[in-house]
Design a binder for this molecule. Sequence first.
Ligand code: JFZ
Length: 592
Amino acid sequence: MRNWTYRKLAGVLAGALALAGCTQNTVTQAPDPRAEKAATEKAMQRFDEMKFGLFIHWGLYTIPAGEWKGKYVRGIGEWIMFREKIPAAEYAQLATQFNPVKFNGGEWAQLAKDAGMRYMVITSKHHDGFAMYGSKASKYNIVDATPYAKDPMKDLSAACASQGIDFGFYYSQDQDWHEANGRGNNWDFPEKRDAQVYLQGKVFPQVKEILSGYGPLRLIWFDTPGLLSEKQVMDLRNMVKSLQPGCLINSRIGHGKHDYAQTGDNAIPIQVYSKDGKWEVPATLNDTWGYKKNDNNWKNPRDLIGKLSDIVSKGGNYLLNIGPTREGVVPEASQQILRTIGKWLEVNGEAIYGTGPSPFHMRDITWRATVKPNKLYLHILNWPGRKLRLEGLESQVTKAYMLAGKAEVPFQKAGAALEFTLPEKAPDPNVTVIALELADAQPKVADGFRADQMPAKLDLHAWVARMRGEEIQYDWTTQSATGFKSFERETNGLSWYPYKSLDGTYDVEITYACDNAVAGSKFRLTAGQRRDPNPSIIDGVVEKTGGKFVTRKLAGKLTVKPETETIGLQLEGDDKSAPMKVQKITLTKSAS
Ligand code: JFZ
């Protein structure tokens, strides 16, 4: 990825261009590779320890807030300009109304702190092209174009620094619907664009500004790499690293020039994922990033806390988003959710921050695991009742206790397994953590149970899937995803992300329920890459199950390769009315 020879060559080229007087705006000078490597490694280690961050989408789109000319606009709020093909000049008028008088950087930093978050990433410029900081490079910014006329990012970055929250900026480097040479707006600018003109005129100067005026940035979060060339991306990377070598760069810079990777939004790998370095899951609290006044589809704290345990146990970080309003207020519901997570972390943070991923693979949705030297933490997602069996741990356990309250948990050997005796009901309705003290610094795990060893038969539970669409919900009492209907406008469904954990051809079973009266719709299971023209497919029909959960073997086989990005389940065809409830699909490796 970071090739030394290429680096040197780029440096020589940049030097030659500088001599020829060609570089003006573009600092393409490659940074000293050793200094960059050392600073990046140090930053990566810190980033890995932090685990949990606050994402903030804030911009002019908070004024329409999901409604344009009296009409509800579906989809994510910050895309309203694109969805409605709003002329750039008309959209720009929103700036004259933007006056977030209730904004208080100290309160936002405090909220992140209360939530137990260790870093913050905020939109400096989203796809709409509007800079939310005082930019000299473009007049289209919050200081010069709004009645507010102040730079909130100065306040916010300073507040984060004093609270000990690492700070970073989101920056949309390719899509820019305000600029003729930016990508995306072909309703105002149908002509062919020149990306280099856009980069030199806006992106390079602005990236320089955000890296120079707001203290040390832990990271810069580029987004939606589109058509930039490898050279252009490398220039962007070099600019960042020459100004702040310890500023991490995410994978949405493109061309593999990143320090750490993003998964898709709300997309969590099905297993421990450590083949490609560090990763982060960007996720929403409802169904939008930028504020939408009608989106109250809030995820519940139990799911979010469970997802935090799930992600950290698989090796990732969780970047959870809020969408403040046009006034600069964080919606009350999001504040409450975040503070609930923070309360949990106050007690259980030891099992999250600075931990390593699970040494076991994941067979079900009962528990997840994280590790520290001589410690193994079991995060109980789904309380098993009085007995918990743990198979595959070979290290001697010297003590077991609840992290909350430190009450000891009795356990005994049961063959090769350990059996823990638990209270009937979960002590914590969200996630209860049991800490195990081990005789070994690193847990020894038996063959067949390790994180990189998949069992021949593997359940993919609905809870582990991304739930796509506004109607689908997870229900813990039936452990199923419900609301598989109302597909008129966009595809609802479940998506699982194998991230290189599977390789083979599989027989598939599905465990679901459907009332007799509403059965009959078709469903389809696919495995493939994003927009794969030729995915592996299994078709099925939603059968009557009398409302009871049944497991049915499907006709056909599913092929999942290391490069398969998603395994998707959705209703297909014209009649998408069967509101089935899906608990899981089960993959069994097939010989043929
Ligand atoms: C992008 C933006 O378009 C969106 O507005 C928001 O800022 C989000 C955080 O990022 O949306 C994406 C980009 C990439 C994927 C999903 C959503 N992806 O790779 O799955």
